[in-house]
Design a binder for this molecule. Structure first.
Ligand SMILES: [Zn+2]
Length: 509
């Protein structure tokens, strides 16, 4: 395959712009300058005339949750674009409950209490009114909380006499002690009770997710789900093998499953059938002002991962957690790790000035979500203390120094997987309603593009394999109608994706 008449942005310092790219099999075999020299195209070579369009390395979504994204295709969408009130949610759920088969649950997702007219979380009574008999699980837009109806609570074994869970939180009526239906971080508990989707259901959702991702120019995704275990690894292998999913996958095993990966010889960087083993995923949160797990326990987890040969990726949103995570990563590093750290912090949503130096010193890579500035920015401006606004999803101040550049991910399905929107937000830093969030943190478009291409490849340990356009690298390319690096910054998000190529195959046009 040869791409001609193109504005190729290689992201390679030696030859930043080119006019043609030749692909042999699944790798880039030749990159030609913008002069008239013709690439070596033999008979039978497919020639794609790009009509002067821009060719970039395909986007790489450095943090997302693939099976949750697939599940959105068989679930009831209760996100702010779809509903404005609890009444709306009830209508949607009641419609779906009427069509449910025996034993099936209604799965709904995406509600945001701050965007509902009632300005509160729905509760079991609201859901019982919509679906008295069918178990219902309504998932909060963060993915970390859910509301269950009475049938759902019953099947999950959550009753007044149920003790408080070790992990997570179950909200109760202060008088009766009965669960209100609202639970936090009890995903593992609930999914044990809910019937598992069939392979065909998962496959159908994954195919739709795959189409969506490649239509947005995404050639690689990194799945950062803490539930990722051997069974899911095998599921991803099967979905790739039968062609249901087109982008490359980096699969980050959950910290509790790292030992099993180690025992099966599935080490960090191991690759099979388009799925690669990534960092060990650890979740740390702020619970009543305390970092959970605490610093000592975080060091134990990170050490266990290192001993199995895995760098870590720690979910850390609040500044207190980011600091604890950075210290745990630095404190546990032996001399052998110096110079080659691969550890990551996921989100790093709040980074105060005093943590920037620590981040640079640690050489830990930040994997952040600039598109949240757009999708959730209005909520942050309303809910986050103004003193913390300058810390939110920082950009330019993080790249002023430091060796390891931040990478970007969507956290889909928490926010849509839309890299051009992420690039737009990293540059413009405006919310959906048009408010600014620390515009001085905006980065140059070139940098924002690299946050969605080269730097995610580094985050996955794949910078020698993909992330830029040069001979020998994977033929993962996106063709855009316009160049996001030199078009007016307010138009980046609307650039149409003309074609997506993964491993030398046209997967979307
Ligand atoms: Zn996530």
């Amino acid at each position: 395959m040869v791409l001609r008449n193109a504005n190729v942005v290689t992201l390679e310092p030696g030859l930043p712009y080119a006019g043609q790219v030749a692909v042999t099999g699944d790798v880039i075999s030749w990159v030609g300058g913008p002069d008239g020299s013709q690439s070596p195209a033999g008979a039978g070579t497919r020639v794609i005339d790009c009509g002067g369009r821009t060719v970039l390395p395909a986007f790489n979504d450095a943090h997302m949750h693939l099976l949750s994204l697939a599940a959105t295709f068989w679930s009831v969408d209760c996100s702010p674009g779809q509903v404005t009130s609890i009444r709306d949610i009830q209508h949607l759920i009641s419609d779906r409950a009427r069509k449910a088969h025996a034993g099936e649950w209604v799965r709904a997702f995406g509600y945001d209490e701050s965007a509902l007219e009632e300005r509160r979380h729905p509760n079991r009574a609201d859901l019982d009114a919509a679906a008295p008999d069918v178990p219902v699980r309504l998932i909060h837009r963060s993915g970390h909380a859910s509301v269950l109806n009475t049938a759902g609570l019953g099947q999950a074994g959550l009753r007044a006499e149920t003790p408080d869970p070790d992990v997570g939180y179950m909200d109760r009526d202060p008088v009766t002690g009965r669960p209100t239906g609202f639970v936090v971080d009890m995903e593992e508990h609930i999914s044990k009770a809910a019937p598992r989707p069939t392979y065909e259901q998962v496959q159908d959702g994954i195919k739709q997710a795959s189409q969506l991702l490649v239509s947005r120019g995404i050639g690689s995704v990194q799945d950062a789900t803490v539930k990722n275990d051997i069974e899911r690894w095998n599921l991803f292998q099967r979905l790739k093998a039968d062609g249901s999913f087109q982008a490359n996958i980096t699969f980050m095993p959950g910290i509790n499953h790292v030992a099993a990966f180690y025992q099966q010889g599935l080490q960090f960087g191991f690759q099979r059938g388009g799925v690669r083993v990534g960092n060990a995923k650890i979740v740390a949160t702020l619970d009543n002002g305390y970092v959970q797990p605490n610093g000592e326990d975080l060091r134990i987890l990170v050490t266990a991962a290192r001993q199995a040969g895995f760098p870590s990726a720690i979910h850390a949103v609040e500044s207190e957690v980011v600091e604890a995570a950075l210290r745990a990563l630095m404190d546990t590093r032996g001399s052998e790790e110096l110079g080659a750290p691969r550890d990551r912090i996921e989100h790093g949503s709040e980074i105060p000035d005093q943590l920037i130096q620590l981040l640079w010193q640690s050489e830990v890579q930040l994997v952040t979500q600039p598109s949240f500035l757009y999708y959730s920015g209005d909520r942050y401006l309303a809910d986050v203390a103004p003193a913390r606004h300058p810390w939110l999803y920082r950009g330019s101040s993080l790249i002023a120094g430091g060796i390891v550049p931040p990478a970007a991910g969507s956290d889909a399905p928490v926010a849509p997987a839309n890299p051009l929107r992420g690039i737009h937000a990293a540059v413009n830093r405006r919310t959906q309603k048009g408010a600014w969030i620390s515009p001085e943190e905006g980065v140059r478009a070139q940098w924002a593009v690299e946050m969605h291409t080269r730097y995610p490849a580094f985050a996955a340990g794949e910078e020698r394999i993909r992330g830029s356009i040069s001979p020998g690298k994977a033929a993962d390319l996106v063709i855009l109608d316009r160049n996001p690096i030199d078009c007016p910054p307010e138009e980046i998000a609307d650039i149409p994706v003309f074609m997506t190529i993964v491993g030398g195959q046209v997967v979307w046009e």
